[in-house]
Every structure is written in C-alpha cells, then in structure tokens.
Design a protein around this ligand. Structure first.
Ligand code: CP3
Length: 400
C-alpha cells in the first residue's frame, strides 16, 4: 500500500515509474526526473522557464556547477557549501543585528544581501538562497519561529486529523517576497548560478508533528504507522508547500534546486519507501517541467541513497559518513554526486583538512560528475578564511 496519495494522474504515473524503476528501469541516458519531463540530461534541458531566465539566456547553463550537475566536464571543479551564508561570516552577523531569523528571510533586500555575501567572499561556484525550510509554513500562516540555538518551534504541533485539516493553504501571492529576493539576487550574480531549496516533506512534517527539533523523530514515525491517513494528508500538505516554494525560486531565477531531507536518516528503507518517497516525488512534481537540475540531500542516508534518487532527481548529495566511491557504487554510476567534506575537519590543522579534501576529490572521480560540498552545513564557529582556502585548493586542482 502506498499511504501517500499522489498529486495528480501525472504525478501518479511518475511516482509509479520510480517505484517500479528497479523492475522496469529508466530510459537509457535519462535520469528519472529527465525521463519524467522528457528531457535529456546532457545540457539540453528545456521546460517552462522564461527566455530571460539565467538558465535559458546563456548566463548559467555552461557554468561549472550546472555543467557538473548535468554530467559534463566543467571548466573548473565546482564547489559550494551548505549553510555558506550564516554565522561563520562576520558580515552576516552585522546585517542580522536586531533582526529575527525569519524576518530576515522575508525582507527581500536583506535576504538577497545575505545570499550574496559568501559568493563575494569565497568565490564559490553557486549561491544558495538565504531562507529556511519553515518559510513556506510561515507564509501559509502557520505560527512558527526559529529560536536561536534551538531551531524551528511551532506554537501548536500538528498531531491529529483535525490539526491537519485546519492547516492554512499556502497561496502563490504569499510567495512574492521570495520571488522578489530571488530576482534581486540573480540580477547581481551574473554567471554564478543561484540554487533554490526546500525542505522535503518528511523533514518539514517532523518539525510540525514534534513542534520543535527532536533527535529520533518518534512523533512522525509513530504517526505514519498508527494513523497513515493523517500522515499522508500531512506529508501531502508539506509536499505542496515545499513544491510551491521551489517553483517560486526557480521561476524567479534560480538555476537548480535542492530538496533537503535532513532527517530522513532516522527512517528504515521500508518506511522511507512506503511513507515518504511518494511525498518527496510529489514535491518535485511541482518543478520537474522547468528542466532545472534537481539535487536531493539528507544526513545519515547511506542506506537510502537509491530510494532518494528514485524520487526523480538528477544529483544525489552525500553526507560525510559514506565515501563517494562507495555512494557511486550503490547508485550504479547513474548520477553525479555532491559532497562530502566532513565539517568537523574544517577545524583541524590545514594539512589534515587538505589531505581530506584531496581524498574526497579522488573518491568522487568515479562518479559521472562531482560537485564539492560539505557532508552537512558549515558549523557556525568555522573560521571563514578556512572556507576560502578550501575553495582555492579545489579550484587549483584541474578537472579530469
Ligand atoms: O547558506 C545556506 O545554506 C542557506 C540558507 C539555509 C538556512 N536554513 C538558513 C538558516 C538553508 C538551506 C536552511 C535549511 C534548513 N533549515 C534545514 C535543512 C538543511 C540542514 O541544515 O539540514 C533545516 C533542518 C532547517 C531548520 C533550521 N533552521 C535549523 C535546525 C536551524 C538552526 C537553529 C540554530 O540557531 O542553531 C535553523 C536556523 C537557520 N537557518 C540559521 C540559518 C543561517 C541560523 C540562524 C541564525 O543565524 O540566527
């Protein structure tokens, strides 16, 4: 039984295709998402983006990042860091003074400035949009805040069928501050691509059920078994909110999009496949037709990598626990990889960090494409100068 009902007959078709993928396979030379929207992965993605979009007008299509995401040979090794914007940067702390986290995300000039800061400082190959996975909840009218040092906290956890039925619907109009911040950002970025992102339905729903961060995510994991219908309704709500958030960013100018299922590692493969993957497929169904590369990342997901690819993405992000050559073996060499420098080593002596970065590059060489990143976000206490030096090191090693 698939507990999460797909969004539409089209979604149903694509969802089934991924679930049946191991049996029927996908069309040669196409990733699942490309197969779903009928585009090849070799740089000719087409779709619903305007002619003036950075991916369509020549600005970002041949950038090292997009080239590597599409399995081509980039002019230099692309690198960006999850949480590259944020507390590791003094210029971030300065502009955030006296402004609450979620308020900073909803002031377009400020969100744009914060997004650009790490690109200016580190010469990374992508900007990641400064926002948060709970912004779609906030814009829908759910009472949520980010408590410093804690994370997202909801005024009222969502635990019953009635709680889910009472959730307000996110509207397209409410996403205008997001579109505006993206427009301002891409106007400054030139040929550097902007990556949009959203939380995957499980990670978002985990916060909604618990009402706050938790370690084991017992609440949502109990709900999916004890009350699968309520779980499905909640996962679908989260899928549509995240899907609309992604679509707003891509249509306004983002050249790629990453779905973060940060807490999927707490699930068994069976539970992930049955209760979560259909909702993640549904979130991405909102944007597949746009033809931009889609990346899927989670932590502790070594056993889930194939299932995470099979929701229909072009690139898989790998956390620091699994070497990239082993990740590539598990994925059968089908997709470019992103990752996976251990964030802990950013505070180690330079020689140790450099050797580790070179190891990551060597392990990634087996994959059909490799974008350097961390195996999770930049720790707030990281010395920003170390990040800049890591970028210089990576750019100094010629692509193969
Ligand atoms: O540079 C970037 O990566 C862009 C921005 C970004 C933020 N959050 C900004 C942020 C992104 C991509 C996210 C995604 C996000 N938010 C995830 C998925 C990625 C991951 O890290 O696993 C998750 C799980 C959240 C939820 C969340 N928001 C947490 C757990 C926290 C940390 C709380 C704390 O203070 O320790 C946040 C707050 C948050 N989101 C900060 C930033 C820069 C820190 C807030 C601050 O600087 O005051």
């Amino acid at each position: 039984m698939i507990a999460v009902t797909p969004a539409s007959p089209v979604a149903q078709l694509t969802g089934c295709r991924y679930l049946l993928g191991p049996i029927f396979g996908t069309i040669d030379g196409m990733t699942p998402s490309a197969a779903a929207n009928g585009t090849a992965t070799n740089g000719t993605a087409t779709g619903g983006l305007d002619a003036g979009h950075p991916l369509m007008d020549g600005r970002t299509a041949d950038s090292p990042l997009i080239t590597a995401y599409r399995g081509g040979k980039p002019s230099r090794r692309p690198v960006w860091f999850m949480r590259q914007a944020g507390r590791s940067l003094p210029e971030y702390l300065k502009v955030r003074e006296g402004v609450a986290m979620l308020d900073s995300c909803l002031r377009p000039e400020l969100a744009s400035e914060i997004t650009l800061q790490p690109v200016r400082r580190h010469d990374v190959d992508a900007a990641i949009f400064f926002s948060d996975i709970v912004i779609p909840l906030k814009l829908a009218g759910v009472a949520v805040d980010i408590v410093p040092g804690v994370g997202p906290v909801l005024e009222k956890p969502v635990r019953t069928a009635a709680d889910v039925a009472a959730l307000p619907q996110l509207t397209w109009e409410a996403l205008e501050p997001i579109r505006e911040a993206v427009r301002l950002t891409v106007a400054e970025l030139g040929s550097t691509p902007l990556i949009g992102f959203a939380g995957a339905p499980f990670t978002l729903a985990a916060y909604m059920v618990e009402g706050k961060p938790s370690r084991d995510h017992l609440g949502p994991r109990t709900m999916m078994h004890a009350d699968p219908e309520t779980w499905a309704a909640l996962a679908n709500w989260a899928a549509d909110a995240s899907g609309m958030f992604l679509r707003a960013q891509l249509e306004a100018g983002a050249s790629a999009a990453q779905l973060f299922d940060s807490w999927a590692g707490s699930l068994s493969l069976a539970d992930y496949t049955r209760f979560v993957a259909p909702a993640s497929t549904r979130a991405l169904d909102h944007v597949r037709h746009l033809g931009a590369p889609l990346i899927h990342f989670g932590t502790g997901t070594s056993e889930l990598l194939v299932a995470m690819r099979d929701v229909g993405v072009d690139v898989v992000g790998v956390d620091y626990r699994l070497p990239l050559d082993e990740a590539n073996r598990r994925l059968g060499g089908t997709v470019p990889l992103q990752g996976n420098i251990d964030p802990a080593l950013l505070s180690a002596p330079w020689e140790i960090l450099e050797a580790h970065v070179r190891d990551v590059i060597a392990a990634g060489a087996s994959a059909p494409g490799h974008v350097l990143n961390l195996g999770h976000g930049v720790p707030p206490e990281t010395d920003a100068a170390v990040l800049t030096r890591v970028v210089e090191l990576i750019h100094s090693i010629a692509p193969e």
